[in-house]
Design a protein around this ligand. Structure first.
Ligand code: HEM
Length: 252
């Protein structure tokens, strides 16, 4: 095990996770009013209406796939009948679909940001840096999946990357598991950790304030101020315009 390997597969992951946690606490305490998506919907909606749902549905599928592939030991899946073949087929088909959906969504969002004047003007330097690392993590992950899982013989990341990431979370890092992982996967993991370190300082903080409760809240009931207005049956034609009450106008 070389010092470089310890830096790559122990120091960088822990540093990134620490910055991610402390950074969010710092941002919440010192920049609560800047905690926002910085939405640009008022400037442009035609491209956003396609790009945003594609990107967000895609990335949610990618995250679900990562939770299953990285954090659930394969023996547990074998126990409920998900064999190596079934897992590999499912992960590759759904993973490729999710990856393409996310990347096309991201391409639309970046194109919009560059070509729609007001959206471009509202783009900060931090947004641009974030897009580079987001695209890198997505790009390397997709490339690795296509090169090894779709067109190659299949790389067994559940014997290497998955137990390694779990070893990080239980504070017993096993560097040797990452030593012979193909370069594309290594670049994917490193760009993901770079993204995690940037995360608290970007608009990505909005992930932790997604308005999920909105789906379950009770309806907001609107009632007319006019006591009779809501109850009486609509009449044909126009309602007469009432002359303003001079006494009421005087009080205003
Ligand atoms: C340290 C954290 C991460 C690790 C260890 C990791 C590991 C992996 C592995 C093993 C695959 C191959 C999955 C397969 O082919 O079945 C993969 C694919 C992929 N990853 Fe990651 N990943 C990480 C973070 C991320 C992040 C933050 C993103 C997005 C910004 C991302 C986006 C993707 C995409 C788009 C694919 C291809 C589609 C898919 O299989 O879901 N990954 N990653």
């Amino acid at each position: 095990m070389t010092p470089l390997e310890v830096i790559l597969w122990v120091a960088i992951p822990y540093a990134s996770i620490a910055v991610f946690i402390v950074g969010h606490i710092w941002r919440y305490r010192y920049d609560k009013f800047g905690w926002t998506t910085r939405s640009s919907q008022t400037y442009e909606n035609r491209l956003l209406r396609w790009g945003s749902p594609m990107f967000h549905f895609g990335i949610l599928m990618v995250i679900a796939g990562h939770v299953v592939g990285l954090f659930i030991p394969r023996e547990w899946l074998y126990a409920i009948g998900i064999t190596e073949e079934i897992y590999h087929l499912g992960a590759t088909v759904m993973g490729s679909f999710a990856a393409v959906l996310t990347l096309v969504g991201l391409a639309i969002l970046i194109y919009r940001r560059r070509t729609v004047g007001p959206v471009f003007l509202a783009t900060t330097v931090m947004d641009k840096v974030m897009y580079v690392f987001l695209a890198a993590a997505l790009g390397f992950g997709t490339l690795a999946t296509f090169v090894y899982q779709v067109f190659g013989g299949g790389f067994h990341y559940r014997e290497t990357i998955s137990p390694w990431i779990r070893s990080i979370f239980i504070f017993q890092p096993q560097v040797e598991l990452m030593q012979h992982v193909p370069l594309l996967f290594q670049l994917h993991v490193l760009s993901a950790f770079a993204l995690f370190a940037l995360w608290p300082f970007t608009r990505l903080v909005h992930v932790f304030s997604a308005p999920v409760g909105y789906l379950f809240r009770p309806y907001v009931v609107y009632r007319s101020r006019d006591a009779a207005g809501g109850a009486r049956a609509p009449r044909r034609g126009w309602d007469p315009v009432k002359a303003p009450d001079p006494e009421r106008l005087r009080r205003l």
